[in-house]
Design a protein around this ligand. Structure first.
Ligand code: ADP
Ligand code: MG
Ligand code: MG
Length: 886
């Protein structure tokens, strides 16, 4: 018989952390905590397999489930000496969802289940606390009503507001037991009216209703969106946890809280968290009352930390902190409740953290011997490094402060104000930077938070939904900016008399919590010592070299600073667009014959030489791959009549002739037209000029410092003869320059592999090449027969529908494009075993593509300068994974 239900706590632990897939993260960790003797209220987990079976069988449960749940419930009753539905000593439980990975969007927890008109009296007598009993009951109806029965939560809030008005009090806490009893009656009436049925009184009906709602929530739109964003298959299912209640709302010796074993923003090894006295469940996260700091280290003047208010319970919790970190060997995110000074653990999981915290924690844990270096390297998500490498506000800027909130997720961002997640998504798709402004966020807002550059909320604490999600996504966030009032209707936010409207620019500093009106100057980030340490470990672990795609001295400098080991792609045409040169470029294109072209090229030569001199100086001693002219010539042509006339005048030609030549150059499909080495074959003088600029620059730089190693790359080769011809052009120039200068430098000549024909005939092409660089942008276009610039019309849809798992321009299509890369690599190396292989293009900075490059044995990846650290870390992870798999 299948085991559908697993017990935990009170001495019986059927599960463990290893059963995460079966029990969900929450259930597995509850069992694990209980098994290492931490104080976990007893309960049971209904497995994720039940969820799967439920959906496979027309939303019905396995037959044995009822009996297994019933037995598990009896075990809890015995353990806590209370009975479900008992009029004197009623057992109350929580019902909680829990998938394999923590997933906002799932059903919210229902607390105090088991209360009804009879058991509430039992609880009242039993606890001797009427306020507590009726408060618990009204909380239960409220949670169950909104979460399970789908009643709008505003309806409940209205009733409380009315009760407070009637009682003439301001705070909830001022309501008497009699008031709460009245609230309960109004709640029940309202629910009956809304749902057409009385509020369920039978605890078993309540329980099965809640279980059904958890499984139902697995397929709700919120959960579906989250799964899509995070590549979580629907087949994983969610588990349901049913657990005996403990109470944080029984008085001032009770509390509830959320904490992290280390600071999730900075990674500092300090106990970090928030708690509320005399509160229950999600009060801390919901931001209804403002929570207080857990430890004294984080208390501001006037704030009472838990460390001071409840020293015993705090000491106990601090011990648990230590036990959990040693046990899980990772920073933990913990939920706890204190009932009459006794601590109970309700959840632990590895804590979400910022990139900075992730680095610091990994490095400090490795240095203290808790984990090894490989593990530390694997702990940091390469893509998250992006957060650290991006700008922060310039401290010299003196913007006018608009308001201040909590520094919920670091980083700075400027953008236009939007008030809804949909609007954020819409405008971001159009390329706008937006700041999403909300009173508070909820799981429905995830897509908008993702699309926004930054998030601002006016309510909630450091562990509010907005804060947690923003940190996970790496979006700057200022939360709980209570000084700002938001008016969704008028589409404005205001503070201190200043009004900001939708569309106005706002700047957030997520590291300080400050909000400014207008754009603020930003500066390059300062990298921490831990960053350097971890990157050092990564460099020692990786096999792949990492280079950068760079043309300008600024980019090359940035790349070096980030640890690039050379340039993998220098696109010479980028140098042609400079206003000082474009005239000569256009003259070259317009020339009627070779002689005319040579005159123009003569003018370009010194410019190109200068470019290469500065690049070579920055990249002293490192390889620099220079791609000769690639795009179709018409890209450089003037656009429109005015520009045409201007060029005509500058060149002393008549506008008519220019227009005619432009028409001649225009192509139906330029991407597949007269470009790349095809230009080199037609107009040898172009590549000759570029080669001369390269060699003259290399000789010049070599005279005073380390000689660069130019790698001259011929683009778009599909036929070996193309490479033979262009290679000969370059070699001829090299000989000439070496003879003229009396100096010889080392260089090599290779090609990009970006056409299927090149890949398929790589063995023959390798004869004429010293290296291959896979131009995977064009290779993806040519393998799919798909133009990237036009793909926007359908590609996102393909990804959404799962026709393609990922956008192949972001992450290499291993199955198709990857196969061709593999074939070309093998064929190339069969001809020339020392053939150097690399990849350039967007994929060079994508961790999944880098793992692929490792698996086919490329020598290096090349990516944009800011991605270099990402690539170094991803390359190290790929190497470690390969080592572990071997
Ligand atoms: P989430 O997945 O949103 O964190 P949880 O299932 O962890 O939801 O429940 C949220 C909160 O409800 C917990 O942090 C805890 O404060 C409270 N809670 C859950 N179960 C119990 C229980 N058995 N006794 C007391 N409080 C509980
Ligand atoms: Mg929740
Ligand atoms: Mg929780």
């Amino acid at each position: 018989m299948t085991k559908w239900v697993y017990n935990f706590g009170a001495g019986v632990n059927d599960g463990s952390a290893a059963l995460r897939n079966l029990l969900g993260g929450k259930g597995a960790n509850l069992a694990e905590m209980a098994s290492i003797d931490l104080p976990v209220p007893p309960g049971f987990t209904i497995t994720t397999e039940v969820c799967t079976a439920y959906y496979d069988n027309g939303q019905s449960y396995p037959v044995e489930l009822q009996a297994q749940v019933s037995a598990a419930l009896t075990r809890i009753e015995t353990a806590v000496d209370r009975k479900f539905g008992d009029k004197d000593k009623p057992l109350l439980v929580s019902v909680r969802s829990g998938a394999r990975v923590s997933m906002p969007g799932m059903m919210d927890t229902v607390l105090n289940l088991g209360l009804n008109d009879v058991t509430v009296r039992g609880l009242e007598t039993n606890s001797g606390d009427s306020r507590f009993a009726w408060d618990s009951y009204r909380r239960f109806i409220q949670m169950y009503g909104s979460v399970v029965l789908g009643v709008d939560h505003h309806r409940f809030e209205e009733i409380i507001e009315n009760a407070k008005m009637d009682a003439d009090v301001i705070e909830d806490t001022a309501l008497t037991p009699a008031h709460w009893q009245q609230v309960v009656e109004s709640y029940k009436d309202m629910v009956a009216e809304e749902t057409g049925k009385p509020f369920p009184q039978d605890p078993h009906d309540q329980l099965w209703g809640a279980i059904g709602a958890v499984f139902g929530s697995w397929m709700n739109p919120r959960a579906n969106v989250y799964r899509r964003l995070h590549d979580i298959p629907a087949s994983w299912g969610t588990a349901v946890n049913v657990q005996a209640m403990v109470f944080g709302n029984m008085g001032d010796d009770c509390a509830t809280g959320v904490c992290f074993t280390r600071d999730p923003s900075t990674g500092l090894n300090e106990f970090y968290g928030e708690y509320l006295v005399n509160a229950q469940g999600e009060d801390v996260v919901a931001g209804i009352r403002t929570p207080r700091p857990l430890s004294q280290a984080y208390a501001k003047p006037g704030e009472v930390s838990m460390e001071h208010a409840m020293p015993e319970a705090y000491a106990e919790l601090n011990k648990v902190r230590d036990v959990l970190e040693k046990h899980y060997k990772d920073m933990q995110d913990i939920e706890f409740t204190v009932q009459q000074n006794k601590l109970y653990m309700l959840q632990t999981r590895s804590g979400k953290r910022t990139a900075a915290a992730s680095l610091r924690i990994a490095v400090e844990m490795a240095e203290s011997g808790l984990i090894d270096r490989d593990t530390a390297i694997m702990r940091v998500n390469p893509a998250s490094l992006d957060q650290l490498l991006h700008p922060t506000l310039d401290p010299k800027a003196t913007p006018k402060l608009f308001a201040k909130g909590l520094p919920a997720s670091p980083g700075a961002a400027s953008g236009a104000v939007v008030f809804t997640a949909d609007e954020a998504e819409l405008r971001a798709q159009k390329g706008d930077s937006v700041i999403l402004v909300r009173i508070e966020t909820s799981p429905e807002d995830i897509h908008g938070m993702h699309a926004a550059r930054g998030i601002l909320t006016t309510r909630g604490g450091m562990t509010s939904h907005a804060a947690v999600v923003a940190r996970g996504m790496g979006r700057p966030c200022v939360a709980g900016a209570g000084g700002i009032s938001v008016d969704y209707g008028a589409q404005t936010l205001s503070a201190g008399g200043v009004v900001v409207r939708a569309g106005d620019i706002l700047t957030l500093d997520g590291a300080t919590g400050e909000v400014f009106v207008g754009a603020v100057k930003m500066i390059e980030p300062q990298l921490s010592a831990e960053f350097g340490t971890l990157m050092g470990w990564a460099d020692a672990a990786r096999r792949l070299k990492v280079r950068a795609n760079a043309e300008t001295p600024l980019d090359a400098d940035t790349a070096r600073k980030f640890g690039a080991e050379g340039i993998g792609l220098c696109r010479t045409e980028h140098m042609f667009f400079d206003p000082a040169r474009i005239g000569a470029v256009r003259q070259m294109i317009m020339a009627k014959d070779e002689a005319g072209r040579r005159v123009a090229l003569e003018k370009l030569l010194p410019f190109q030489r200068e470019d290469f001199v500065s690049l070579f100086k920055i990249m002293a001693g490192l390889p620099v791959t220079i791609r000769l002219l690639d795009p179709p010539l018409h890209e450089f042509l003037p656009h429109g009549a005015a520009e045409l006339a201007e060029v005509a005048q500058a060149l002393g030609m008549d506008a008519h002739a220019i227009a005619e030549r432009a028409a001649e150059l225009s192509e139906t499909n330029p991407m597949l037209g007269h470009r790349g080495c095809r230009l080199g074959v037609s107009y040898p003088e172009i590549y000759e000029m570029q080669a001369r600029a390269i060699f003259e620059a290399a000789v010049e730089v070599g005279k005073t410092g380390a000689a660069p190693v130019p790698e001259i790359m011929i683009p778009l080769v599909g036929i070996k003869r193309e490479l033979d011809i262009t290679r000969a052009q370059v070699e001829k120039v090299a000989k000439a320059v070496f003879a003229e200068t009396g100096t010889t430098i080392e260089y090599s000549i290779g090609t990009m592999i970006e056409l299927p024909r090149a890949a398929l005939t790589a063995d023959s092409i390798a004869d004429a090449a010293d290296f291959f660089s896979f131009g995977t942008n064009d290779l993806t276009q040519t393998v799919f027969g798909l133009s990237r610039d036009d793909a926007g019309k359908f590609l996102p849809h393909y990804v959404e529908q799962g026709i393609l798992a990922k956008d192949p321009f972001v992450s290499i299509d291993v199955e198709g494009v990857g196969t061709l890369v593999r074939i070309a690599a093998e064929k190339g190396r069969a001809t020339k075993s020392a053939l150097k292989l690399g990849i350039c293009g967007e994929h060079g900075g994508d961790p999944a593509s880098i793992a692929f490059c490792e698996s086919v044995g490329l020598d290096y990846v090349s990516c944009s300068p800011y991605r270099v650290p990402v690539a170094r870390l991803a390359a190290a992870q790929a190497a470690i994974e390969a080592k572990r798999a071997a």
